[in-house]
Design a protein around this ligand. Sequence first.
Ligand code: FES
Length: 105
Amino acid sequence: MIPVCALADIRPGEAVRVDGDPPISVFNVDGELYAIDDTCTHQDASLADGWLEGCLIECPLHASCFDLRTGQPTGPPAKVPVRTHEVVVQDGHVYVLAVAVPVTT
Ligand code: FES
């Protein structure tokens, strides 16, 4: 599991980015936590720097929105979904389950 932060450090309406390869962001939507790959699939923008509206995160660069529940973009210019990740809360700390990056051949 990838440690993110203390549960108290991610308030409703906020995001915490975990630098890694790839970077992952965790969002707090009214107490529900969602984790996605942080980098927009359109170009190189951090979705943690975007605007959160319900379960949608709007990319700060060209305004594509991604559904935090599915990773799917809801409109152009992004066409490829971001990956979603399972979030675990244990003893007041937030973790993201480690995922393997798919190997392309
Ligand atoms: S970089 Fe996110 S929509 Fe262009």
